[in-house]
Design a protein around this ligand. Structure first.
Ligand SMILES: [Zn+2]
Length: 426
């Protein structure tokens, strides 16, 4: 088990494929390749070669807070990455801005014309979701620039909408542990809202449960299935639902919900569909899969749950994989700061005097190597890798172990990677 494989570029910057970290070290030691980029790690050959390109598959599991990425070559997973989105921060920022505007309007009583032409365009996504789409697009482009990717596989829906089309009417052959069983489970989770039907408990493992027990002639049809916690499932046992649930009103709700098929719209997630559409523009071969299949692959191979492992398990190609990377690259979306030129105090006056412009080349978010030549209040002297917080009059202020430290001379600072709106770690 190793860290992620390394991207290798030919001298003309065309992607050659991914190489083992040991091979990358060898190339660097022999001065045959140089570092092109640190995160993700990309090497570039000094001399152009004619070599066979090893094609790869990019696999994506898009989520609301995290998106998992994996690159597969043959049956080996050679790169894993987990991307943390900042949708919540964007939402809060926009609410804050709306608050300021509202305040301004109630202060200023002049007449304002009604604004027109503000209808939302088709395909419009709220800014927090659009951010997710755009960052995923950025990373697809980045991977395709550094790696010969011929196929993109994406988990698009939670369960197979084709096979599950009106499952209540058609009836599906359901068997625990089979692929279809996982699809049914995902369908039921969506339908019954991720909780125990009988006691309403959440965040516990749920078991598929027959409303009318099989021993009393109940079928395996989805309309006869629900989800219950282990406790309720045991207690109910062979009883019919009418014997088990004493509350008449609750019983009626359960029986009617069991008969109502899930609306098609519930299976559609606009962001995931938009991500697939974007991927199709970037790559000729895009395959879409279900969450049921991802889970099936993960359980069958006994992998632990993580965003990048889920990405690796997406699709048919995820049914038999070898994971060759110990840890995923963690990437956090940090944004590019605000357009506000100066911080203000609570009275609206500048909180800090503007620093005299000094040409330090540094901006917030740059990753730098710093040499501390003396002990500071919270940090002992030595060499550190740190993130630039803000440029100062003399040099920069960096963050070391969560503490702000001022560096007084650019002589002690060298750049590793310029700010690109993301923070990287393992
Ligand atoms: Zn329960």
């Amino acid at each position: 088990m190793h860290t992620n494989y390394v991207f290798l570029l030919n001298a003309d910057k065309s992607p050659l494929g991914m190489i083992h970290p040991a091979r990358a070290r060898e190339l660097q030691d022999k001065k045959k390749a140089a570092v092109f980029r640190r995160y993700p790690y990309v090497l570039i050959l000094r001399n152009q070669v004619n070599s066979v390109i090893k094609a790869c598959i990019l696999k994506i599991d898009p989520g609301s807070k995290w998106t998992g990425f994996a690159i597969q070559m043959g049956s080996s997973i050679i790169l894993r990455m987990e991307l943390e989105h900042r949708g919540e921060i964007i939402k809060l920022d926009l609410e804050k801005r709306a608050g300021f505007r509202r305040g301004r309007r109630s202060r200023n009583l002049r007449y304002r014309m009604e604004r027109s032409g503000r209808r939302k365009k088709e395909g419009w996504l709220p800014p927090s979701l659009r951010h997710r789409l755009l960052t995923v697009e950025t990373w697809i482009k980045r991977f395709m620039r550094y790696c010969p990717i011929i196929t993109i596989e994406i988990e698009q829906v939670r369960f197979d909408t084709q096979k599950m089309n009106n499952p209540e009417i058609k009836g599906v052959e359901y068997q625990q542990g089979e692929l279809m069983g996982y699809e049914v489970r995902q369908y039921l989770l969506e339908k019954w809202g991720n909780e125990c039907t009988y006691c309403g408990v959440k965040n516990v493992p749920l078991e598929v449960e027959h409303v009318k027990p099989k021993s009393k002639g109940g079928s395996d049809r989805v309309s006869n299935l629900t989800l219950a916690c282990h406790c309720c499932n045991q207690k109910k046992g062979d009883k019919d639902v009418s014997e088990f649930v004493s509350d008449k009103a609750k019983l009626d709700i359960i029986l009617s919900q069991a008969k109502t098929p899930l609306k098609d719209a519930a299976a559609v997630n606009s962001t995931r569909f938009a991500i697939v559409e974007t991927a199709k523009k970037l790559c000729d071969n895009v395959k879409c899969w279900t969450g049921g299949r991802t889970k099936f692959n993960r359980f069958k191979q006994g992998f632990e749950k993580s965003h990048s492992i889920d990405a690796a398990c997406v699709g048919e190609s995820g049914s038999n994989i070898k994971i060759k990377t110990q840890q995923p690259l963690i990437v956090v979306c940090k944004g590019h700061g605000s357009r506000q030129a100066r911080r203000v105090n609570k009275y609206g006056f500048p909180a800090v005097q503007k620093a005299k412009a000094v040409f330090t080349h540094a901006t917030a978010g740059d990753l730098v190597r710093v040499v501390l030549d003396s002990d500071r209040k919270n940090v002992t002297k030595g060499k550190y890798i740190a993130r630039v917080k803000t440029p100062t009059k003399k040099a920069v202020e960096v963050v070391i172990n969560g503490k702000r430290v001022e560096i007084s001379s650019m002589k002690n600072v060298s750049f590793i990677q310029r700010s690109d709106g993301y923070a990287y770690s393992f």
